[in-house]
Structures are given as C-alpha cells and as structure tokens.
Design a protein around this ligand. Structure first.
Ligand SMILES: *Cc1c(COP(=O)(O)O)cnc(C)c1O
Length: 236
C-alpha cells in the first residue's frame, strides 16, 4: 500500500476536497470558485509541499516560522502565496512579516503593534486577519469577541498593516451542528464590523473550516478554508 503522503494520494485527495468544496458552494447558492483552498502544511516535507503546489491549491498555511522559512528557501510553494496561521510569538514577528502574504492569527493588541512596527521598518503594508476565540475558556488562541471592536480601532491607527477579515478555529469537540453555529457567529461578527469607518481595505476574508468541517464553513460564508489532513493524510 502507498504511504499516506504519496504523490498520487495527495492528488486524489485534492481533487476530492475540490469536489466537496464545489458541492458545498452550490448547496449554499454561492457562485463557484468563491472559496480559496489553503493547504495547511505543518510537518509535511518540502517534497510533499512542492508536489502539492502543482495541484489546484490556492495558497499555503504555515504554523511555524522555521518551517515557513525552510519551505520558502526550498522554493516549495512554487510561487504560490503563504499565510501564517499558527500561534505567533512577538519575538518571531520579524521573521514572519514580509514573508507571509497574510498573518491570519493575530489575537492581541501587542501582536498588532509588533507587526506594524516591523512592517514599518521593512517599508511594507502587511495584511492580517484578526483571530477570534469562539470557544470561550477551552481555547486560548485568539481574541475574545468583546475585543474585536477595540482591536479594529487600534488597527485603524496603525499605518503599516491592514485588517482583511477574521479567522477562527472552533473548539475541537464540536459536532457539525455546533461547528455551524460557531461559523455563523464568526460571519455575524464580520458583518458587524464591515463597512466600519476605520477600514483601510475591504474586509473580504473569512477564514474558517478545516478537514472535518470545511463544508459547514462554506455553507456559513467562509471565503478561505484551511485543510491539512484532507490533503496530505494523517500527520506524521
Ligand atoms: C493544522 C491546522 C489546520 C488544518 O487542520 P486539519 O484538521 O489537518 O485539516 C487548519 N488551521 C490551523 C490553524 C491549523 O493549525
């Protein structure tokens, strides 16, 4: 039997994920092709990533600064964009700003300010998403819902970054109905801040849904799904 990460297996899985994405878009009455597929490639080899870059994947998502650097240096993304989706420590910001086309996992004012400072130093405009903690106490990543408006206000005053939308990871034990409720909640939060006066760019990115629940996320309005195991197989 072929090992989980084999090239043929990856190609078949990407085709299947794309088929299911298209079906969910159709069920949601959305125009086809409105949802980007982000390959969450933590712990995969540069060879697996390079192969997958030739498949219909729109972009890559990295959790670790060092893996992102290695994969960039190896040319593994083949020119496709890479987003940072993992927990980002402020002392790693320097390495991620400018390398990641978007930093999806920004959940504190401290991190927003560190990203803005580094982007200013590099003379670039860094796109970010605000990560929201929908799971309450169980999950530690992301800002509480009540912090969303203060963070939007703070971001409006930072000249070197733009908030492009929201990201969330629902609590892992959620069943499909619960996951949909979380996704609907995130979409509602996005609607509550879009059109807000301080916006520097359209809030056009709603990053939600992973291997186990990306269809539910698409039904609730995701514009970007982050799929790992569904593309590469179980993690080593
Ligand atoms: C690993 C990871 C994913 C993908 O998870 P799978 O269950 O493998 O699809 C998505 N988002 C984030 C932030 C991740 O760390």
């Amino acid at each position: 039997m072929e090992r989980a990460g084999g090239a043929d297996a990856i190609a078949l899985r990407v085709a299947e994920v794309r088929r299911r994405m298209a079906e969910a878009e159709a069920r949601a009455g959305r125009r086809p092709g409105q949802v980007s597929l982000c390959a969450a490639c933590k712990a995969r080899t540069p060879e697996e990533i390079r192969f997958s870059a030739g498949l219909p994947i729109d972009l890559f998502g990295e959790n670790r600064m060092q893996e992102m650097r290695n994969n960039l240096e190896a040319g593994a993304y083949q020119g496709k964009p890479c987003h940072f989706i993992g927990h980002l420590q402020t002392n790693k910001v320097r390495q991620v700003v400018g390398r990641a086309a978007m930093i999806q996992s920004v959940g504190s004012l401290r991190l927003l300010e560190a990203i803005d400072r580094e982007a200013g130093r590099q003379g670039i405009l860094q796109d970010v998403l605000l990560e929201i903690n929908l799971g309450g106490e169980e999950s530690k990543a992301g800002a509480d819902e009540s912090e969303l408006m203060p963070l939007m206000d703070a971001a409006a005053a930072l000249p070197n970054l733009r908030v492009r939308g929201l990201m969330a990871i629902p609590p892992p034990e959620s069943d499909e109905r619960e996951a949909r409720r979380h996704f609907a909640r995130l979409r509602g939060l996005m609607e509550s801040v879009s059109g807000w006066a301080g916006e520097k760019a359209p809030l056009d990115t709603l990053s939600m849904g992973m291997s186990g629940d990306f269809e539910a996320a698409i039904l609730e309005g995701a514009t970007l799904v982050r799929v790992g195991r569904g593309i590469y197989g179980e993690r080593p």
